[in-house]
Design a binder for this molecule. Structure first.
Ligand code: FAD
Length: 305
């Protein structure tokens, strides 16, 4: 039996993938979204920096997106794509974790990143609701309150300044590490930022609310919120399989139309190299969709060019 060849397969159904899908469907492209459903910000208590959507729960945002995708009859396959390869016929084959094979002419990767959450008891529990990674996303809600910054594997110097600008009451926890240079220490001191070098034992939590940080010696440092500078991992398995050019941190290198080094492969959202915002991911999805549609138009009309 001949298998359907989608114009586009989109791997990842976050803001980048969903927005690309709507632009493509409105240009009458056949689209399949393959999505595992683990959008990065699902634990957030409200989305920010997206005009008209301030404070919206990410789960509500995704539900709204699905409703709109549904009205264009865009299929969403809830699965994990585990293999992708380029075909000699200038398309791609994608295999999901249920063993199904899917074919497409163009492939958009919108797989996002996975945050590295510090292995300190309490961090995972409060991730997105007391423990945050981005001052732009969650700093406003914490302003004028005592804020902690946990930076064990990074020196935290830059983020400490950003938080101080918001709160005026910041403590940097280095958890036993000594990354700060003497001039950075002096600068933080002048800004009124306290640096605690002792090892951190755990977060103190009551009724799912952060009370503070417990140090190894048992001392409790009261805090209203905790930011972490701990990094993330790009969800790049499939990008690696396809041989896509990436930065040394794993983000795909694209041109301004989200095109990668592999012909026919596009990347949008956090998995590409740019600011990690929902609105940016959605915009990159839209840009990729326009480029893919134009690319297909060009291919289909080649003989008259
Ligand atoms: C706690 C928290 C709060 C945040 N708050 C804000 C905020 O207030 N404002 C803001 O602008 N940004 C915020 N962000 C950042 C925001 O979440 C990201 O910028 C945005 O989600 C990126 O969208 P994306 O589509 O690239 O990736 P994602 O939303 O992460 O979606 C990627 C999707 O791809 C799926 N996927 C990955 N690999 C595969 C695979 N192999 N097969 C199938 N599916 C796959 C994932 O399961 C997921 O569903 C926050 C992030 C966190 C962690």
């Amino acid at each position: 039996m001949k298998q359907d060849i989608h114009d586009v397969i989109i791997i990842g159904g976050g803001p980048a993938g969903c927005n690309a899908a709507i632009v493509l469907a409105r240009s009458r492209r056949s689209v399949l979204i393959i999505d595992e459903g683990k959008q990065r910000n699902l634990r957030s208590q409200g989305m920010h920096n997206y005009l008209t959507r301030d404070g919206v729960l990410p789960t509500d945002y995704i539900a709204m997106a699905h409703k709109e995708l549904n009205s264009y009859k865009i299929p969403i396959l809830q699965a994990r794509a585990i293999k992708a390869r380029m075909l000699a016929t200038h398309g791609f084959e994608v295999i999901d974790n249920q063993g199904n094979k899917h074919l497409c002419r163009r492939l958009l990767m919108a797989t996002g990143v996975t945050d590295k959450i510090p292995d300190i008891p309490g961090m995972k529990e409060l991730w997105g609701c007391g423990v945050y990674h981005c001052p732009f996303c969650d700093g406003w809600e914490c302003h004028k309150q005592p804020i902690g910054l946990y930076a064990r594997d990074y020196n935290g110097y830059g983020m400490a300044q950003a938080l101080q600008h918001l709160s005026g009451d910041v403590i940097l926890f280095t958890d036993g590490r000594q990354y700060l240079k003497p001039n950075q220490k002096a600068h933080l001191k002048a800004l009124g930022i306290k640096v605690v070098a002792q090892k951190v034992k755990e977060l103190a939590i009551e009724n799912k609310k952060l009370l503070g940080v417990v140090l190894e010696n048992g001392e409790l440092v009261p805090l209203a919120s905790m930011f972490v500078e701990h990094g993330h991992i790009v969800n790049d398995d499939l990008l690696k399989q396809l041989g896509c050019n990436c930065t040394n941190k794993g983000a795909a290198i694209t041109n301004r139309q989200q095109r990668t080094s592999i012909p026919g492969l596009y990347v949008a959202g956090d998995a590409a190299f740019d600011i990690h915002f929902v609105i940016v991911a959605a915009a990159e999805g839209a840009k990729a969709a326009v480029a893919i549609h134009n690319d297909l138009l060009k291919t289909d009309n080649l003989e008259y060019a």
